[in-house]
Design a protein around this ligand. Structure first.
Ligand SMILES: [Zn+2]
Length: 325
């Protein structure tokens, strides 16, 4: 008679690990079903968990109003990129895990009755990285908003450009910014909602170019990682660096929005930011100058260090006073 060995398989009645989530904010164990019901916001400490693109659309849009566009767009592998895995294998694995074709969904929907062109990103798909597909979806969302004369809403959740697409991923920065600039020139509103995390090439392109830049509480928002930033400026970083509240207090974020209030807040903004009537293009020639990425990044670095440079400030004061004196 064979020896009966103890079984190490998990008992069927044991709690599956995906039933509970530990909140990183307050360490409380949260029941996943309840967490989903609360749109993945911790009821005890208000920690905003990451949200899938599908759930995000449900939170923001009027029920049943969303019509997806470009659902079939899919990455190719123009560089034949291989790291530990071949790039197409990574894409396939992400597709199986998320049920999405790439890291963004775009389409037309309504927010409290206002029709909008919307693109939402999903961090669950390869870190929400922006390759040609994400860039193209953001661009087309902006172009549809321009041609259909409706507001553009983009919800970012991304680690930045997708390194497996190399230069083609970096080109998306210029492409998306150009589309957003055409939207601005046409007098149409763009509301950007940054969620945890919005970093790298996405932060350095369209995510901070909204007429109103919104952000969820305590989201990681920034260009380079904290360690790289600290190394570059050879200084210790202030507490809360690259978090929503820090960026808000330094003027990079216009408003911090709770997830439960995001829809109502965006709807209220859209009642103020009415699209300019068609043919009014060029009326804003005296408006803000074109986006200049390099000066944007240097002013960003200046502001992140904190105190403004005392030398030019003193110089300005003197030049203002000297004509009078
Ligand atoms: Zn919590």
């Amino acid at each position: 008679m064979p020896i009966k060995l103890p079984s190490f398989r998990p008992r069927k009645d044991a709690y599956p690990p995906d039933l509970w989530t530990r909140c990183p904010g307050c360490s409380e164990m949260l029941f996943n079903k309840q967490l989903d019901k609360a749109n993945r916001v911790c009821p005890s400490c208000n920690h905003h968990f990451r949200l899938s693109a599908a759930a995000r659309l449900e939170v923001l849009l009027d029920p049943g109003s969303f019509r997806e566009l470009d659902a079939g767009l899919q990455s190719v592998d123009p560089l034949g990129f291989v790291d530990q895995k071949a790039y197409p294998d990574r894409v396939t694995a992400a597709q199986v895990a998320t049920g999405m074709r790439d890291a963004a969904i775009r389409g037309i929907g309504a927010i409290e009755g206002t029709t909008v062109s919307i693109c939402v990103m999903d961090f669950g798909f390869m870190g929400g990285s922006m390759g040609a597909v994400v860039g193209e979806k953001v661009t087309r969302a902006a172009e549809d908003a321009t041609s259909g004369r409706m507001p553009l809403i983009v919800v970012s959740a991304s680690g930045g450009a997708r390194m497996q697409e190399g230069t083609l991923a970096l080109m998306q920065l210029a492409k998306t910014v150009a589309a957003v600039e055409r939207l601005r020139a046409a007098g149409l509103p763009f509301i950007s909602l940054m969620t945890d995390p919005t970093t790298g090439g996405v932060f350095a392109s369209y995510a901070v170019l909204g007429d109103v830049n919104l952000a969820e509480p305590n989201a990681l928002i920034g260009f380079a990682g904290a360690r790289v930033s600290a190394g570059t400026i050879a200084q210790e970083l202030p507490p809360g660096f690259q978090r929503t509240e820090f960026l808000f207090s330094h003027g990079f974020v216009d408003r911090i929005v709770q997830r439960a209030e995001a829809r109502a807040e965006i709807a209220a903004l859209l009642r103020f930011l009415v699209p300019a009537p068609a043919g009014a293009e060029g009326a804003d020639e005296g408006g803000p100058t074109l986006f200049r990425p390099m000066s944007f990044l240097s002013s960003l670095a200046d502001r992140m260090i904190g105190e403004p440079d005392p030398v030019p400030a003193a110089g300005t004061g003197q030049s203002e006073e000297s004509p009078r004196g």
